[in-house]
Ligand binder design. Structure first.
Ligand SMILES: Nc1ncnc2c1ncn2[C@@H]1O[C@H](COP(=O)(O)OP(=O)(O)OP(=O)(O)O)[C@@H](O)[C@H]1O
Ligand SMILES: [Mg+2]
Length: 211
């Protein structure tokens, strides 16, 4: 399956979810490729910071032709994840056209809810050419023991993509492990962050993976 992690808004957790979801799929036995479609090259920076053996390959492809090249690049992999860029609509469009599922990370903030407008518009445009395209919101940086996660779910209900049940909380281990090019489960194998990412992977595989 090809999954783009996309939101025009910056800093919502696209790269964090991309590397951790790719790592979780690898841990579950899949062959995974991560495409860095962001000119900032954050996923490439993540892998460059890593001293351990790579979990999965990361290739940089911040090009508006990604959707044309993706089938060839992804040969031999079970899953291809695309870490999308903020802002650049041309690259986001290509990442959308390259994927079967678009995951949209959103933080529990009204600013993120309002900003979701942009990516939802791009998805609506893409569906004209790709009617089977799937999309879902993922709440990221949920603060434990607050109602903000529920509030953001209610607010996002006005958009057509559903909100996944699995949410990722604000956890320092995501930033700490990223600094060393590690996935959160490598720092804390049975920690809450690893469990949340695993639940996210399971929900995606159960609901969106083709038989
Ligand atoms: N669940 C989380 N818990 C704690 N920190 C997080 C979490 N998700 C993301 N972060 C931190 O927030 C910052 C932004 O995250 P990230 O780089 O993944 O966002 P992005 O959407 O890829 O940003 P950009 O739009 O610049 O590509 C990073 O410092 C990251 O470590
Ligand atoms: Mg990023």
């Amino acid at each position: 399956m090809k999954i783009a992690i996309l939101n025009q808004k910056g800093g919502v957790g696209k790269t964090t979810l991309s590397v951790n979801l790719a790592a979780s799929l690898t841990r579950a036995g899949s062959r995974v490729l991560l495409i860095d479609a962001d000119p900032q090259g954050s996923a490439l920076d993540w892998v460059a910071a890593r001293e351990a053996e790579p979990l999965f390959p990361v290739v940089g492809l911040p090009k508006p032709t990604l959707h044309r090249d993706v089938d060839q690049i992804s040969e031999g992999y079970d899953h291809v994840l695309i870490d999308g860029p903020p802002r650049v609509a041309e690259l986001a469009r290509s990442a959308i056209m390259a994927s079967d599922l678009v995951l949209i990370p959103v933080q529990p903030s009204p600013y993120d809810v309002w900003a979701a407008d942009e990516v939802v518009k791009l998805l609506d445009e893409a569906r004209i050419y790709k009617p089977g395209l799937q999309a879902a919101f993922v709440v990221n940086r949920k603060i434990v023991n607050t109602a903000l996660g529920r509030d953001v779910r209610d607010a996002l209900a006005t958009y057509s993509p559903p909100v996944l049940d699995a949410a990722i909380c604000q956890r320092i281990v995501f930033a700490e492990s990223a600094a060393q090019g590690l996935a959160s489960f490598e720092s804390e194998p049975d920690g809450p962050a690893a469990r949340e990412v695993e639940a996210l992977r399971e929900e995606i595989m159960q609901n969106y993976a083709q038989p």
